[in-house]
Design a protein around this ligand. Structure first.
Ligand code: PMP
Length: 456
């Protein structure tokens, strides 16, 4: 049986008056005055957060929201899961910071993480603890693969997102983020991803024969292809920021076969998809492949304490001592919470909840299918995207999506956008979300999509 939080009675979504409310407005003004112009989330979700529990967030004005953003996928077991809070706070009194020394909390974390890998991988994977962000772990994966292969080029995929550091950004599809930054990491080659709703090759799924991957296969094996053998191919199983685009099974399997054949390490970026988000511990398990490197971060502690790791095949372990160092690689409270999170995921069949609630969400979202502006509804587990586009010319309906997000917020639901021009509404509830909250969120979202007028 999945255990879910019993929600304190006052935590039912309700919003009184306009947003932001007066106290949130004060905080937002303070932020505007003193924080960076690069701040992002509160621009479209204009609230200041006072506290949160489970799937709910309360703002400074007492408004309560159902949180289907989950700290960008970090809060897998919801806000302040009591057992995780206990595990982390107990650890704080023992040891908080450990650089990369071995400690009991870290050892428990490592054993817990390895136990979640498919059986065939456990014995041959090693872990490296990175600076505590997904981007830093992506950087580490690139350095590992470059060192092990002696090669310099990287293959990445259009529409992908891998982080905001210089190197991770170089692998990211989002051109606008890269444009102002001269001299990004060279040697990254972008290939088409299996994004059938907007096929990068202009084909239709019925007749394409997965030409996106065929293009990569040919390019890497063509003596005149112009591309030296890369140090790594880096792939998301579901493009998250790219608009929740699950890769086609055939695509992933052929990328794996090709990289095996050519001895190119396959790096799967599971920063967003990992730790149960898709209904398996790692999303690559859906595709029956085994990668050479797994990048994981966001939900590793289950509660937002930062930690990031790469798991990699031990044959790649040729880098030197100190090759990827960093001061904050020993967050003991995050390790304690992460080990507890694995125990809870097993005990409470959280992955089963993800699959059941994911199926329920998928079912509820079918009510949107008749809307001509809904181009596609897609997802895996508990990451879902509703792509909104002009039914005439297919232009991403960015303004409409932004209006839907604002309307949902006013009705007590926090959701994020993504994809081309932010035309995709993204849903990422905690993995412990209840059936009732899925129903509630679906109704709020359907109301917003119905109420807002496309093209305004
Ligand atoms: N990879 C993927 C797939 C991501 O979704 C993200 C963050 N959204 C990152 C890497 C970067 O993680 P971070 O923001 O922790 O650096």
């Amino acid at each position: 049986m999945t255990q879910v939080h019993t929600r304190p009675p006052e935590l039912v979504p309700h919003v009184a008056g306009d947003l932001p409310g007066p106290r949130s407005a004060e905080y937002l003004e303070h932020q505007r005055r003193w924080e960076s112009n690069a701040r992002a989330y509160p621009r479209n979700l204009p609230i200041a957060i006072a506290e949160a529990v489970g799937s709910h967030v309360r703002d400074m004005d007492g408004n309560v929201f159902l949180d289907f953003l989950s700290g960008a996928g970090v809060l897998s077991l919801g806000h302040n899961h009591p057992e995780l809070v206990r595990a982390a706070t107990a650890q704080l009194g023992v040891l908080t910071h450990g650089l990369d020394f071995p400690t009991p909390a870290k050892r428990e974390f490592i054993d817990a993480q390895l136990s979640m890998l498919p059986a065939g991988m456990r014995e041959r994977m090693k872990l490296h603890f990175c600076g505590p962000t997904g981007a830093n772990a992506v950087d580490a994966a690139l350095k590992l693969c470059k060192t092990a292969t002696g090669r310099g080029d990287i293959v990445s995929f259009q529409g992908g997102f891998h982080g905001s550091s210089h190197a991770a950004m170089a692998l990211t599809g989002l051109v606008s983020q890269k444009r102002p930054i001269a001299n990004g990491m060279p040697g990254v080659h972008f290939f088409p991803y299996s994004y059938c709703a907007r096929c990068p090759l202009g084909l239709s799924p019925n007749t394409c024969e997965t030409n996106c991957v065929a293009y990569l296969e040919r390019a890497l094996q063509d003596v005149n292809g112009g591309l030296p053998l890369p140090a790594a191919v880096v792939l998301e199983m579901v493009q998250g920021e790219g608009g929740i685009v699950p890769a086609r099974r055939e695509f992933v399997r052929r990328v794996r076969a090709l990289t095996r054949k050519l001895d190119i390490p396959l790096v799967v970026d599971e920063v967003q998809t990992g730790c149960g988000r898709t209904g398996r511990w790692f999303a690559f398990e859906h595709f029956d492949i085994e990668p050479d490197v797994i990048v994981a971060s966001k939900a590793l502690s289950g509660m937002g304490l930062p930690v990031a790791v790469i798991f990699y095949d031990e044959r790649l372990d040729t880098w030197a001592p100190g090759a990827h160092s960093g001061t904050f690689r020993g967050n003991q409270a995050a390790f304690a919470a992460g080990a507890a999170a694995v125990r809870i995921v097993r005990r409470d069949d959280v992955l089963g909840n993800v699959r059941r609630r994911g199926a329920q969400l998928s079912d509820r979202l079918t009510m949107l299918r008749n809307n001509p502006w809904v181009r596609e509804i897609r997802g895996l587990g508990l990451m879902w995207g509703i792509e909104l586009a002009d039914p005439g010319d297919g232009t991403p309906a960015s303004t409409y999506a932004r209006a839907v997000q604002a309307h949902a917020l006013r009705n007590g639901l926090i959701i994020e956008l993504g994809g081309r021009d932010d035309g995709v509404v993204r849903l990422m509830p905690p993995l412990t979300v209840t059936a009732e909250d899925i129903d509630r969120a679906s109704l709020i979202l359907a109301g917003a999509i119905e109420h807002c007028r496309p093209g305004d």
